[in-house]
Each structure stands twice: as structure tokens, then as C-alpha cells.
Design a protein around this ligand. Structure first.
Ligand SMILES: Nc1ncnc2c1ncn2[C@@H]1O[C@H](COP(=O)(O)OP(=O)(O)OP(=O)(O)O)[C@@H](O)[C@H]1O
Length: 320
């Protein structure tokens, strides 16, 4: 198996570059290295490898944050000869919470030697703007508003460099808490129609974590062929803060204002323009009255290493 590192030097406000300089000194196996030059480049590199099935299987290792892993998985999706791994070097690293990631070069070397675990896992697809793929989650509302704010924030790179990246998130959370207008939502799944009023957000998850460690969907398992919907509605601003705090422990599902569902597909329709995110990246506003359909793409990519589940730590069937 051939090892290829795809390094995002801009991850964690540029700190990833220094981390890579140290890391590469510890790599004792042959590898190829790519440095990304901007958004979309990691995906293009992964697509290039996916398009060339050869004799040898390829291990693509994302060296960056969630944005980099997201690009590599979406670029490599469907290619049976490509396995994706990651070394967390970003600011949030939710991927590493829900999925197995490599901690050091020795772990990668051991994987290359043994190759014992390569589970085939699901991806999510949002039928919006020509189709968006998500590895972690996608959703509409309050959380997407926060993603939009933090993504556009000119302070983020500076605060990331100072190790205060989470501060930007907290700042935009508080801002959205006072400015966000709730909406009405209609959900269709498995021939059931559900209506919600005063909705703060609706998130469709493939794995339990998002937003830098919040366990938004404790029941999610990226190997079960299903997606989970979490709808938070009819809460005062103060209670929303309490719910948000409890999300770090996955305890929010006990609130009666938090509704959780499981399905292969969800159709979400809002009564006003609401922001949508895919894996924490702002994707624009959904149209009022126009449904967005979220579906699961089963066993769409292969992960290097044992997948961690937030639900029970169950071990999943591996493909050779
Ligand atoms: N050379 C580059 N210069 C600027 N941006 C880049 C470059 N290469 C990639 N990017 C973009 O940087 C963005 C952020 O990367 P990434 O998500 O990996 O790091 P992060 O934001 O620090 O981590 P996390 O998402 O885990 O919080 C991605 O959208 C990616 O497309």
C-alpha cells in the first residue's frame, strides 16, 4: 500500500505547517507528499488518485483539520482502492472524535504493515445546490448561522494562531443567540410527516460529533446505513444555552424540546430562508417552502483503522 500525505499548511491558522515539519521527521516509511494551495485542492488531489485504480492500494492521509478530511473523503468516495486516514492538525478535529485517526507516524507504519481494519462507512448527501456531501453532519438553522459567522470572521486565523479558536465559536454562538429568528419546519421521513414550530436548528448526522466536540447525535453510527435527525425547537434563549452546554456530554437528548429520529432519508422544508451547513461549512440559505432532501450513501468510503462509534464502541465488519 502506498502512503500519500495531503497537508493543509493553513489549518489551525497556519500552525499545521510547523506540526508537519516536525511530524515528517518521524516518518520512517516511503511516502508521497502534497501541500494544498487553497480550498478544493485536497479534493482535486484525492480525485486524481481515485480516478487511477492500479495494482496498488493507496492510503491518503489528511494532515489538517475537518475541512481537509472532508475534501479528501468526498474526492475519494466510491474508489475501492483508496483508504482514507487522518492526522488531526486543525482547530476543531471533530473527525478524530467520531472516527479513528492516527496519533503518530508509528501508528501509520503499523497500519501499513498489518492493514487489519478498513471499514466501509457511510456518507451523507444533501440535495442542495447540485448536491453536497457530508462526512460528519449537515443541517439548517442556528448552528449553520454560527458556522457562517465563524467562517467569515477575519479574527479566526489570528485567534487560531493564538490557540483561541474556540473563542470565535463562543462569540458567534452568543451573537446568534440574540439575533437568530426561529422558523417553522416540516419533516418527511419514512412516509411520516412531522411539523415543528419555533425551531432553532435541525441537524442530520452521520457520526456523533460536530462543532469542535459537541456530541450532537449520540446515537449516530457511520456504519449503520442510517442518518439521524436532531430537531431543537420551542426553547427560550436561556434554555437553549443550557441545551447547548449539555450537548458536550450528549445529555441534551433528555430535554423534551429535542427530538431525535433515524432514517435513510429526511426531507426538510422551512417557512423562511434559513442557512445550511455541510460539515460546518456555510453553503448558503435554503429557499422558503422548498424541501431539501438528505440521504445516506451507504459504504461509500473506506477508513484506515478501527472506526470509533459514539454509541457503543461496537466493532464493525472490516473489508479486506
Ligand atoms: N494553502 C491554503 N491556504 C489557505 N486555505 C487553505 C489552503 N489549503 C487548504 N485550505 C483551506 O483551509 C480550510 C480550513 O482547513 P481545515 O478545516 O483543514 O483546518 P481548520 O479550519 O484549522 O480545522 P477544523 O475544520 O478542524 O476546525 C479548508 O476549507 C481548506 O480548503
Amino acid at each position: 500500500m502506498k502512503a500519500v500525505f495531503i497537508v493543509n499548511p493553513a489549518a489551525r491558522g497556519g500552525k499545521a505547517l510547523g506540526k508537519w515539519a516536525e511530524f515528517r521527521r518521524t516518518v520512517a516509511f516511503p511516502y508521497q507528499e502534497f501541500m494544498t494551495i487553497g480550498p478544493g485542492h485536497a479534493k482535486a488531489i484525492a480525485r486524481g488518485f481515485a480516478a487511477q485504480p492500479g495494482q496498488e492500494n493507496i492510503l491518503l492521509i489528511a494532515f489538517g483539520g475537518d475541512g481537509t478530511v472532508h475534501e479528501i473523503i468526498t474526492g475519494a468516495a466510491g474508489a475501492g482502492h483508496v483508504v482514507v486516514g487522518s492526522v488531526g492538525a486543525g482547530s476543531g478535529n471533530d473527525f478524530g472524535r467520531g472516527f479513528s485517526s492516527f496519533g503518530n507516524a508509528e501508528e501509520i507504519a503499523a497500519y501499513l504493515d498489518l492493514r487489519q481494519d478498513t471499514p466501509a462507512l457511510d456518507l451523507g448527501h444533501a440535495g442542495f445546490k447540485g448536491g453536497l456531501i457530508f462526512v460528519n453532519s449537515s443541517g439548517i438553522g442556528f448552528d449553520a448561522e454560527i458556522s457562517r459567522g465563524t467562517g467569515r470572521s477575519s479574527m479566526k486565523p489570528l485567534l487560531n494562531r493564538m490557540g483561541l479558536g474556540k473563542f470565535v465559536y463562543a462569540l458567534y454562538t452568543v451573537r446568534a443567540l440574540f439575533t437568530f429568528r426561529t422558523f417553522s419546519l416540516e419533516v418527511m421521513h419514512d412516509e411520516e410527516r412531522l411539523s415543528y414550530r419555533d425551531v432553532w436548528f435541525a441537524t442530520v448526522s452521520n457520526q456523533p460529533y460536530y462543532g469542535g466536540g459537541m456530541k450532537i447525535s449520540p446515537q449516530s453510527d457511520p456504519a449503520d446505513g442510517l442518518l439521524e435527525l436532531t430537531v431543537v425547537s420551542r426553547l427560550s434563549r436561556m434554555k437553549l444555552l443550557a441545551v447547548f452546554g449539555s450537548v458536550f456530554f450528549g445529555a441534551h437528548t433528555a430535554f423534551r424540546e429535542v427530538d431525535c429520529r433515524k432514517s435513510r432519508s429526511f426531507s426538510l422544508k422551512a417557512d423562511r430562508a434559513v442557512p445550511l451547513h455541510a460539515d460546518g461549512e456555510d453553503a448558503g440559505d435554503i429557499e422558503p417552502g422548498s424541501p431539501v432532501v438528505f440521504t445516506v450513501k451507504q459504504k461509500a468510503w473506506r477508513l484506515a483503522g478501527q472506526q470509533r462509534t459514539g454509541r457503543s464502541g461496537i466493532k464493525h465488519e472490516s473489508t479486506p
